[in-house]
Design a protein around this ligand. Structure first.
Ligand code: ADP
Length: 231
């Protein structure tokens, strides 16, 4: 469960990137966040995992009330959230196995458990045969699949993706969407910021549209553009 109540975010330069966001996303939903560059999509997403702190308002992520959260609790919050980025953010000097395992080792699982889980998530993204290669030996689509495997390694209840298909060709973007939708069907909430209109139009889910720091549309199974005015 993700709950924003009257959330405002004003950056130091006086830009208001979130102007009174009140939004509830239930466990298991799939939500696209759309809007032009600079609209506030990343700010919305970053506030969920406490990369940015709101100026005012309340955010609840599962049982965590972010306005009350202590620094030492932030790692526990982050375990509820898997995050995937446009530029993958894999560690170049680590192998595929190590990149995925890294997320698990920090929470003190046994080496056997780590191995089992890494193999399981790599299978899930269809790359079980790539454990020993380095990120630069992989295509963009493969790197993104590894990044997704890493994001879900801890079984987070929420998967956040900021333009996950932004650097990928349409065919590869579709493969990535298949994987993200499969993860969602297993009960994981997905929040995905995107500019990819064909994906939003073809794979219908809830659409939250942001423009100039305001939520201007929140539609069940919406399209990339609001078509309700063009009847
Ligand atoms: P989007 O993800 O939709 O492109 P962002 O959330 O990145 O939008 O940005 C929303 C607005 O906030 C933009 O005007 C952007 O320039 C501004 N902004 C984002 N991050 C910062 C920051 N760290 N400092 C100052 N302004 C920022």
């Amino acid at each position: 469960m993700i709950e924003f109540k009257h959330v405002f975010k004003e950056y130091d330069n006086k830009v208001i990137a979130a102007n009174d966001f009140t939004i509830t996303i239930k466990q298991g939903e799939f939500v696209y966040v759309v809007g032009p560059s600079g609209a506030g999509k990343s700010t919305f997403i970053k506030m969920m995992y406490r990369e940015e702190i709101p100026t005012s308002g309340q955010i609840k992520i599962n049982e965590f009330e972010l306005e009350k959260i202590k620094n030492k609790e932030i790692p526990f919050l982050r375990r509820e959230l898997g995050v995937v980025f446009q530029d993958f953010k894999l560690l170049p000097k680590l192998t595929v196995f190590e990149n995925v395992a890294y997320a698990l080792q920090v929470i003190e699982k046994s080496p056997e458990k780590v191995k089992e889980r890494v193999e399981r998530v790599l299978e899930l993204v269809g790359l079980a045969d790539k454990t020993d290669v380095f990120p630069n030996e992989l295509s963009g689509g493969e790197q993104q699949r590894i990044a997704i495997a890493r994001a879900i390694a801890n079984k987070p209840r929420i998967l956040i993706a900021d333009e996950p298909t932004g650097n990928l060709d349409p065919g590869t973007a579709n493969d990535i969407m298949e994987i993200i939708e499969r993860i969602n069907k297993k009960g994981t909430t997905v929040v995905m910021a995107t500019h990819n209109s064909s994906i939003v139009n073809e794979r219908k889910h809830r659409v939250i549209e942001i423009d100039d720091g305001r939520v201007i549309r929140d539609q069940k199974r919406g399209g990339y553009k609001d078509e309700s005015n063009n009847l």
